[in-house]
Structures are given as C-alpha cells and as structure tokens.
Write a protein that binds this ligand. Structure first.
Ligand code: NAP
Length: 249
C-alpha cells in the first residue's frame, strides 16, 4: 500500500494553508513527498512560517499569496502556479449574522471566497489535469452544509452549493482520471473558532453536539485528504465525507 500513498513528483496547491486545516493538509501532502504550494490571503500572513516548517521537516514548499475575493488575484495565482496534480480548495470566510442584517457586500465576499473562487480555480487547473490524464480536486465543506446553523446561513449556503459543484465536476471529469471529492469538517480546533470556544459554557454546549466527545485536530482532516489525493483514492469520486466525530448525525 505504501507506494499508493506516495506523492513524490506530484504538485499540490492548498488554498488557505498558512494555518489551520489547510496547513495540516499541506504538511501531510509534503510529508508524503508532494511539492506543495502554500497559499494565504496576503504576504503578511503566516505563509512563510508554514513554508519554513515544511522545509525544516525535509519537504518542498513555496508560498504564493492571493486574496480569493479578488478575480484579478485569482487569475494571477493560476498563472503563477501553472499546473497542479492536486488542488485542495480549503480557504473560506464566515461571518456570524442574521439573514435580515447580512449586508450585500458581505454576501458577495463570502460568495466569492467560498464558492466562486472554487469554480474559478477548478476552471483554471482542470485543462492541464485533463492533458495529463490525472488530477485530484478536494473541496472543503462543513457540517453546516447539512444543518442550519444559527447566524451562519450564508456561509452554510455557500458550502452546500460547493458540494453540488463538486458532484457535477466529479461526473464531468471522471473519465479523464480526475477525482473530485468534498471533506466536511465538524469542529476542528483552529484560529477560526478559538475565540468563540474560549467561552467555557459555549464550548460545553457545542461539545455535547459531538457524539465522539471531542473536537477534531488538524490530523483528522489531513489523513482523509491524503487518501483522496493519492493513487489509493483513484476510484473514489463524487463523495462527501464528514470528518466530524458524528456531529453531522
Ligand atoms: P482558518 O484557521 O480561519 O484559516 C483560513 C485560511 O484561509 C487562512 O490560511 C487564510 O489566510 C485563508 N483565507 C481567508 N480568507 C481568505 C481570502 N480572502 N483569500 C485567500 N485566503 C483566505 O480556517 P480553518 O478553521 O482552518 O478552516 C479551513 C476550512 O475548513 C474552511 O473552508 C472552513 O470553512 C472549513 N471548516 C472549518 C471548521 C473548523 O471547525 N475549523 C469547521 C467546518 C469547516 P490568511 O492567513 O492570510 O488569513
């Protein structure tokens, strides 16, 4: 089996990999031998630290910044990267607000970063995957794509739409050796939720929603992403897999 998980010679772009779940996935792919492109919204982020961490562990990585709410920066990212064997669409934003108070500007921003950039990056990299007769695309969703979540309607909507795009792409590109799958995390401890989970009462309330009785860590999503990125996952396409300790149930 080891050979099937070997990613030597494969080139991977993981969006939003300066920290959090994306970083965990990028480190796992680098550990399996892939050349990894670490991405963040801007140069001033933790992107270079993550590149240095991968290099220190003996892996290969470069950093490229692009704000995914900006079409011009997405086009530049595609031009700079040129081609990838593995495309992990992980970056997203979320804003807690009731629907009636959600501004059109914020709706546009979430729509662009969470959904339209997924479409644009797939569109940008699929042609070279087709030429090579091989490709792996993984979108990162959320348990919120299944269940309404208080004040997260727009985020949840973008994630649900992304799953539909994933399934359509999976069917469209299966015959080209390209697999497309979605990973739906539950609560994984990252910067994103460190603030809200600092409130002990709220933390306990959320924990009670997780049958496994614990929150996830970065390795929980990374293992599945490695399988779906590797030759071991070549017959898995169009799937949506929760990594949530049962929280989706
Ligand atoms: P995070 O810690 O907030 O990190 C977000 C990453 O996305 C960072 O690398 C950030 O770059 C990048 N990013 C943010 N806005 C961007 C923009 N406009 N353009 C380009 N990149 C941008 O996130 P996370 O918690 O690891 O979540 C990763 C994914 O898992 C997301 O899709 C999220 O929806 C999903 N998810 C997470 C959880 C959870 O419990 N953590 C649960 C369900 C789903 P900078 O460093 O430059 O800001």
């Amino acid at each position: 089996m080891k050979e099937l998980f070997d990613l030597k010679g494969r080139r991977a772009l993981v969006t939003g990999s300066s920290r959090g779940i994306g970083k965990g996935i990028a480190m796992a792919l680098a550990d399996a031998g892939a050349d990894v492109i670490i991405h963040a919204s801007s140069e001033g982020s933790r992107m270079s630290e993550t590149v240095a961490e991968i290099e220190a562990a003996g892996g290969k990585a470069v950093g490229i910044a692009a704000d995914l709410s900006d079409d011009v920066q997405i086009d530049e990212l595609i031009k700079k990267v040129e081609h990838v064997d593995i495309l992990i669409l992980n970056a997203s934003i979320q804003s807690y607000q009731n629907v009636e108070n959600f501004s059109s500007e914020e709706f546009q921003r979430e729509y662009k970063v969470n959904l339209e950039s997924t479409f644009k990056l797939i569109q940008g990299f699929v042609p070279s995957m087709k030429d090579r007769g091989r490709g792996r695309i993984i979108t990162i969703g959320s348990v919120n794509q299944y269940k309404p979540a208080y004040r997260l309607s727009i985020y949840s909507t973008t994630k649900a739409a992304q799953v539909n795009l994933m399934m359509n792409c999976a069917k469209e590109y299966a015959s080209f050796g390209i697999t497309v799958n979605n990973i739906a995390p539950g609560v994984i401890l990252t910067d994103r939720n460190s603030g809200i989970l600092a409130d002990e009462g709220f933390r306990q309330k959320i924990l009670e929603m997780v049958p496994a009785g614990r929150f996830g860590d970065l390795t929980d999503c990374a293992g599945l992403a490695l399988l779906l990125s590797s030759d071991a996952g070549s017959y898995i396409t169009g799937t949506d897999i929760p990594v949530a300790g049962g929280m989706q149930l």
